[in-house]
Write a protein that binds this ligand. Structure first.
Ligand code: ATP
Ligand code: MG
Length: 283
């Protein structure tokens, strides 16, 4: 039986639960319980605070875990990073008061910086040979400069709105994070094979996200041009239509390219274009 640690509540919880569910692993989402057993996969889910997940995995309390790479880097525990999961994206950045004159990272020499990520920041400064006073605080890092506790901060940024609200400006993006699957470094063969299954399912889900399945009717003599529009595709599916000179073309298109490609296909004479959600892409 494999044990996976995920965040009990917070920003990663919902995406973790959705990923498990899409992978065919159904667990009761009872937040009160610490451990829940899945009904259809030999796995137990351990609900923890995200800060505790790297250690729980390093100790073997859980065999695998899903946690932000920021926590993995900060906690510096002995765990294996297996795969990125494509959600929970954010960066950890240095920010200073909006009006301060900034001339590069040397600005931070001798300054006081408030952060919840002292180790990542220490490593960054030591690589650059900068000596600063790092103050670890647990929360509300962004208000530290305004109340005189710090000259600058090192904190998580996703949109930057919180920084602006607190009169701060981002000056260095130091660490880019997203949620990842991590594992205990030494596991027995049986667990490793369960983890391979899990990774296979997760990979199919992560890869199919942001993809659309597109079908269209296309004049037969434009197939080559349509195929040339989609260089990533190994071989498109082409089915004959009852109408002479027409075929049905099926392709998978990345969501961010969808409209551009659809417009180009229309110019080639594509008609009746259907865009369908792609649930899973199993390679
Ligand atoms: P816990 O109670 O589990 O300790 P937390 O308050 O430390 O939760 P959350 O705010 O739920 O943490 O964030 C969890 C993780 O989500 C972060 O460590 C980071 O990897 C990721 N994340 C993504 N975007 C953001 C963001 N805008 N702010 C904070 N974390 C973010
Ligand atoms: Mg936390």
């Amino acid at each position: 039986m494999l044990r996976i640690a995920i965040q009990a509540k917070g920003r990663l919880n919902e995406d973790c639960m959705a990923l498990l569910k899409d992978a065919g692993i159904n667990v009761a989402a009872s937040k009160r319980k610490l451990v829940a057993r899945a009904s259809d996969f030999p796995i137990e889910v351990l609900y923890l605070r995200d800060d505790d997940i790297p250690q729980a995995v390093a100790m073997g309390v859980a065999d695998v875990g899903i946690v932000g790479l920021n926590e993995v880097a900060e906690k510096n525990q002995n765990v294996r990073k297996l795969m990125r999961l494509g959600f929970g994206g954010c960066r950890i950045s240095l920010a200073i008061p909006r009006d301060a004159h900034y001339d590069g990272p040397a600005w931070f020499s001798g300054k006081r910086i408030a952060t919840s990520y002292p180790h990542i920041l220490e490593r960054y400064f030591s690589e650059l040979g900068i000596k600063a006073h790092i103050h670890e605080i647990a929360g509300s890092v962004e208000i530290a400069p305004a109340v005189g506790m710090a000259d600058g901060i090192f904190d998580i940024v996703s949109s930057g709105g919180t920084l602006v609200q607190n009169g701060l400006r981002e000056v260095e993006q130091v660490f880019h994070s997203e949620a990842a699957l991590i594992a205990h470094p030494n596991l027995e063969a049986e667990k490793l094979s369960a983890i391979e299954k899990l990774k296979f399912r997760f990979r199919s889900i992560v890869e199919s996200r942001g993809m659309k399945y597109v079908l269209m009717n296309l004049p037969h003599n434009r197939i080559d041009e349509a195929v040339a529009l989609m260089p990533g595709m190994r071989s498109p599916t082409i089915l004959p239509l009852a109408a002479e000179g027409w075929c049905s073309l099926h392709v998978v298109i990345r969501e961010d390219e969808l409209w551009e490609k659809v417009e180009q296909l229309k110019q080639l004479g594509a008609e009746g274009i259907l865009v369908l959600a792609l649930e899973n892409m199993i390679r």
